[in-house]
Design a protein around this ligand. Structure first.
Ligand SMILES: Cc1cc2nc3c(=O)[nH]c(=O)nc-3n(C[C@H](O)[C@H](O)[C@H](O)COP(=O)(O)OP(=O)(O)OC[C@H]3O[C@@H](n4cnc5c(N)ncnc54)[C@H](O)[C@@H]3O)c2cc1C
Ligand SMILES: NC(=O)c1ccc[n+]([C@@H]2O[C@H](COP(=O)([O-])OP(=O)(O)OC[C@H]3O[C@@H](n4cnc5c(N)ncnc54)[C@H](OP(=O)(O)O)[C@@H]3O)[C@@H](O)[C@H]2O)c1
Ligand SMILES: Cc1cc2nc3c(=O)[nH]c(=O)nc-3n(C[C@H](O)[C@H](O)[C@H](O)COP(=O)(O)O)c2cc1C
Length: 576
């Protein structure tokens, strides 16, 4: 006998969306708990640990979704950051779902590094563990989903049982994640076998009014776009402001969060792709938003950047990934237009070619304003990506949309991407050391505004650098004013091209090693933002060196010191 699932009375003060969510929630609860009669004992819930490794929050939010679904399917889920577990704890687990992204060049997220290393080294006895891995990644990177692959292989090597094959998810991860989740839960012994695979099968998010997200972005009015570099600079960084209050959006964020921006492709590039396809742009094309004319579909929905492997294969071209920038003149096609122009196009309907393209993805930008200093507004600091290749100027999709067209367009589709692992210290008296060259300054402008607005007493030290002081000293007046007011205790500058030899932020760190180490000993938080491939690695090496020299530590002790900073969440990075 099953109990009737309650429905909210019509008079209850909820919107239709809230009502639908709550009714769904009740249905979930009743499906799980109401089936056994008084006489029959309720089946024991299956323990399930959902481990996540994340740099910018995606894996964490998927872990939460997985926990909600698992909770409705007869499991007792617990969520844990990979940084909060070790091989010994792992050995005590029975059932594990592991969701991790990949960063750097095929590396795990920062917090997951100790476990990743420990599992590589071993030996560990994980014979009692059943698991499945969901790897998040981006096929634009050569080492696609490498961290997930590593964890998957290491768990198996140490004797754990893979109960469902790993899912390797590209940037469009929703559908593969759901399929993996449902199949993994079924393999673990989900109490509900008739699962619906598809977009609608995850429970909706709890109602917040109104809830904007990647799939339901907010059309933010673009208030202003102003260049931050002086004329003559080799760089083009823009300060961009959006209004968050239009239509009562109630969109909120915290210093440290990122803003997701859904770009629109350059009309000139779209026109060139249409010519290459022999199309006029009016052809009806399926898109996630329904059928649209081809020109609009290519502008708003399809990625015209790196050509996807299926397109290259269909054109009979090599699918070897192109080398890192700068590309050789004879490199494989860099974008979809290169690919379409490189061979005579086999005769196929235009829809065929479009279905081989990837969906246009949002770009993330570290928010450069504090909501306390700019209520109802959000600011970004965006470097425009432009380079020449094979006789054509290549433009970064989103950075040049923001630089060239967003203001005229009037609005940009945005959403808040919370980054809980990147926050100013909770203790307003704790010192902050911030290393943010180039656009890496963005979140630190927000952190400093936050500390100024809240009159936090903690000391603040910023390392900033760029090419030339005369043209590239981003936010110079603001930073100097913060110095005068005493909020910015110390500002160390590294302009790399004002002298013959390169001077970078890490050189300034090493020159101030004794003071920097003293701040760390006083409990300072150490933050890094900006270029991941070169700067963040060199700054990490300099941090170790500072601790070795000023703190009289061996390299191994310095590594342990840095690891302790990480564990205490006093070493936080927002690198890209
Ligand atoms: C968490 C996070 C925070 C970020 N914060 C900021 C921020 O505050 N400010 C900011 O400016 N950016 C930031 N970024 C980067 C931002 O998300 C975009 O990646 C960036 O703006 C480029 O996007 P795009 O669409 O303009 O370029 P795309 O169209 O995506 O093109 C960029 C790609 O072009 C290629 N490329 C670039 N230069 C060359 C070259 N010289 N030769 C050959 N190929 C090249 C590379 O493959 C590169 O990945 C952040 C990224 C993340 C993940
Ligand atoms: N992953 C992505 O999608 C993506 C997209 C856009 C940008 N990015 C990265 O984001 C970075 C930010 O760009 P940006 O233009 O704001 O700044 P940037 O290129 O990082 O330059 C800022 C300053 O850092 C210097 N620098 C170069 N190498 C360094 C190193 N190893 N250590 C310390 N400093 C170093 C630069 O000097 P010199 O220029 O004189 O060498 C410059 O003075 C870019 O480097 C780019 O790689 C990534
Ligand atoms: C700087 C940077 C480096 C990345 N490196 C890789 C990589 O080497 N391999 C890969 O498959 N994905 C890579 N990615 C893509 C991320 O893994 C992907 O965006 C993931 O969804 C992020 O999840 P998270 O928010 O949980 O960290 C990288 C992303 C960034 C911003």
């Amino acid at each position: 006998m099953s109990a009737a699932i309650p429905q909210l009375p019509e008079s209850a003060p909820f919107t239709p969306e809230q009502r639908a969510w709550l009714n769904g929630f009740f249905a979930g609860i009743f499906n799980r708990t109401a089936i056994p009669s008084v006489a029959s004992a309720a089946p024991a819930l299956v323990p399930l640990t959902i481990l996540y490794g994340t740099q910018t929050g995606t894996a964490e939010s998927l872990a939460k979704k997985a926990a909600k679904v698992a909770g409705q399917r007869g499991f007792a889920p617990a969520i844990l950051d990979l940084g909060q577990t070790d091989a010994t704890r792992l050995a005590a687990e029975k059932n594990v779902l592991l969701i991790t992204s990949t960063y750097g060049d095929g590396e795990p997220p920062d917090a997951a590094k100790p476990l990743h290393t420990a599992l590589r080294e071993g030996p560990h006895a994980l014979t009692g563990l059943r698991y499945s891995v969901c790897a998040l990644g981006d096929t634009n990177y050569t080492l696609f989903c490498q961290a997930g692959k590593d964890f998957d292989a290491a768990l198996e090597k140490h004797g754990a049982t893979r109960i469902h094959p790993r899912a390797d998810c590209d940037v469009d991860y929703d559908a593969p994640f759901e399929s993996w989740l449902h199949a993994s839960l079924a393999a673990f012994g989900s109490t509900h076998s008739s699962l619906v695979i598809g977009h609608s099968s995850l429970p909706p998010e709890p109602p917040t009014a109104p809830s904007y997200s990647k799939s339901n972005p907010y059309a933010a009015p673009v208030v202003s776009v102003r260049p931050l570099n002086a004329p003559g600079s080799a760089k083009e960084v823009n300060h961009i402001e959006f209004d968050l209050t239009a239509a009562g959006s109630a969109l909120t964020y915290e210093a440290g969060d990122a803003l997701g921006v859904i770009p629109r492709n350059d009309p000139a590039l779209v026109a060139a792709v249409l010519t290459a396809l022999g199309a006029d742009g009016e052809e009806a094309i399926p898109t996630p938003a329904g059928e649209l004319p081809l020109r609009r579909a290519l502008t708003e929905h399809y990625d015209l950047g790196k050509p996807p492997a299926p397109l290259l294969e269909a054109l009979g071209l090599s699918v070897t990934p192109s080398a890192s920038p700068p590309p050789a003149p004879n490199s494989p096609p860099l974008d979809v237009l290169d690919a379409l122009q490189s061979v005579p196009l086999p005769k196929h309907p235009v829809t065929y070619w479009v279905t081989l393209l990837r969906k246009l993805q949002p770009r993330l930008y570290s928010i450069s304003s504090s909501p306390k200093a700019h209520p109802g507004h959000v600011h970004l600091t965006v470097g425009a990506v432009r380079y020449e290749h094979a006789g054509r100027t290549r433009k970064g999709v989103c950075s040049t949309f923001l630089a060239e067209r967003a203001l005229a367009h009037g609005t940009a589709q945005v959403f808040i991407h919370a980054n809980k692992a990147f926050r100013p210290p909770a203790d307003p008296a704790a010192p902050m050391i911030m290393v943010g060259p180039g656009t890496g300054i963005a979140p630190f402008r927000a952190f400093l505004e936050e500390r100024a607005t809240t009159q936090a007493p903690g000391k603040n030290w910023l390392f900033f650098g760029d090419q030339k002081a005369a043209t590239d000293f981003l936010y110079r007046e603001e930073l100097e004013a913060l110095q005068r007011s005493g909020v910015l205790t110390r500002l160390d500058l590294a302009f790399s091209r004002d002298q013959a030899e390169k001077i970078y932020v890490q050189h300034r760190m090493l020159a101030a090693a004794a003071e920097l180490f003293a701040w760390l000993e006083q409990g300072a938080y150490f933050y890094v933002c900006g270029d991941a491939t070169r700067m963040a690695k060199d700054v990490d090496a300099a941090l170790h060196q500072v601790i070795e020299t000023a703190g009289s530590r061996t390299p191994a002790e310095a590594a342990a010191y840095v690891q302790a900073l990480r564990t205490a969440k006093r070493y936080q990075r927002d690198v890209y």
